[in-house]
Design a protein around this ligand. Structure first.
Ligand code: SF4
Ligand code: SF4
Length: 335
């Protein structure tokens, strides 16, 4: 079957940024985000990683050890951000959390809430210990909940996901996550259910807090509103519904130069399961390697922070997703 996104028009992100004289140089490597597996117990419609219960890609033990060595050698990296797939399904996940916490780094886990109940879809291994494990190690839990109503969440993530997610949130609350004074952080991630930009983050957070508290007694710290990136499954879905061009035009029309100061790629690096390094998770999924003069892909085995601060970040039209409206990053709005 022909790729429905072929022949999509170009919108010229790089050209627009250059013509406006915007500074898009890297500033730091404060966060190392590592995609430790593409395996997931879910297969959500909007997933930019194309994760599913059938995927088999995992970060190796050798690479996990190397990540910890990089943290030891580079005090400027303050946060290890573990993502996937469902990162907990990598065999070296707990090693990474424990070692990084022992080095006094913040550890953020992109946790999907349902893996606690589903376990590993390939081995059947239970994951019910996760809430306690997260609490013991003071992990910052970041969980997607597309909406506080069942219909919209299940439409995007699959039937029954909302109910399980609510149960997962209750277990995290019971361990102290999201509860005042506990020091345990639980942040939620909202993304729109269709081809539109998110409403203002502060308003969404207020609505989510009210509804989740009133209906389920659930508490959380912050809500991150993120824009759906026009890549992979979401892009294909848009193209099939002939909505790709209107969505791109919406993003381009909402381009906000002020967001460029804080786009993620300027302060982080993204590592793939095979150890290759990218400017961000989205470039990783698009196979856009970090640029260097000899064109060889850089990996965690030749990590040198100074190289990365001299790199030219690889931008393309998907970057309009990070820079539309109030901007979008793994931590929500950027302005
Ligand atoms: S839970 Fe996350 S990683 Fe898994 S399929 Fe859904 S969006 Fe992708
Ligand atoms: S998608 Fe583009 S703007 Fe967004 S973080 Fe990646 S490189 Fe930067």
């Amino acid at each position: 079957m022909q790729d429905p996104t072929m022949n999509a028009p170009q919108y010229g992100f790089q050209e627009m940024a250059t013509s406006l004289g915007l500074d898009l140089k890297p500033k730091s490597v404060e966060t190392l985000q590592v995609n430790v597996t593409k395996l997931c117990n879910q297969a959500c419609k909007h997933c930019h990683v194309d994760s599913s219960p059938q995927r088999t890609e995992h970060l190796s033990q050798k690479s996990a050890k190397r990540i910890i060595q990089i943290l030891k050698d580079n005090a400027e990296i303050k946060t290890l951000d573990l993502t996937g797939g469902a990162p907990e399904l990598n065999d070296h996940f707990e090693y990474l959390v424990q070692e990084a916490r022992a080095l006094d780094r913040a550890v953020m886990v992109r946790h999907n809430l349902t893996v606690i109940f589903d376990g590993n879809p390939q081995t059947g291994t239970s994951m019910s210990h996760l809430p306690k494990f997260f609490a013991t190690h003071g992990v910052i839990v970041v969980s997607s909940l597309p909406y506080y109503q069942e219909y919209f969440t299940d439409r995007q993530r699959g039937r029954g996901v909302f109910e399980k997610s609510i149960d997962g949130l209750k277990l995290l609350n019971a361990e102290g996550f999201g509860q005042e004074g506990s020091g345990l952080t639980l942040n939620l991630v909202y993304n729109p259910a269709g081809a539109f930009l998110p409403a203002p983050q502060r308003e969404l957070e207020r609505d989510f807090k009210r509804e989740l508290q009133q209906k389920f007694g659930i508490r959380f710290n912050s809500l991150y509103a993120i824009t759906n990136m026009p890549i992979h499954r979401f892009r294909e879905d848009l193209a099939r519904r002939e909505s790709l061009a209107p969505y791109m035009e919406k993003l381009v029309g909402a381009f906000n130069p002020d967001t460029c100061e804080s786009i993620m790629c300027r302060n982080m690096l993204s590592v793939a399961y095979d150890g290759t390094i990218y400017d961000c998770d989205f470039n990783q999924m698009l196979g856009m390697n970090v640029n260097r003069s000899d064109r060889k892909p850089l990996t965690i085995f030749d990590f040198e922070p100074r190289d990365f601060l001299k790199r030219t970040i690889q931008f393309d039209d998907h970057c309009f997703g990070c820079t539309a409206g109030s901007g979008s990053s793994c931590g929500g709005e950027v302005t």
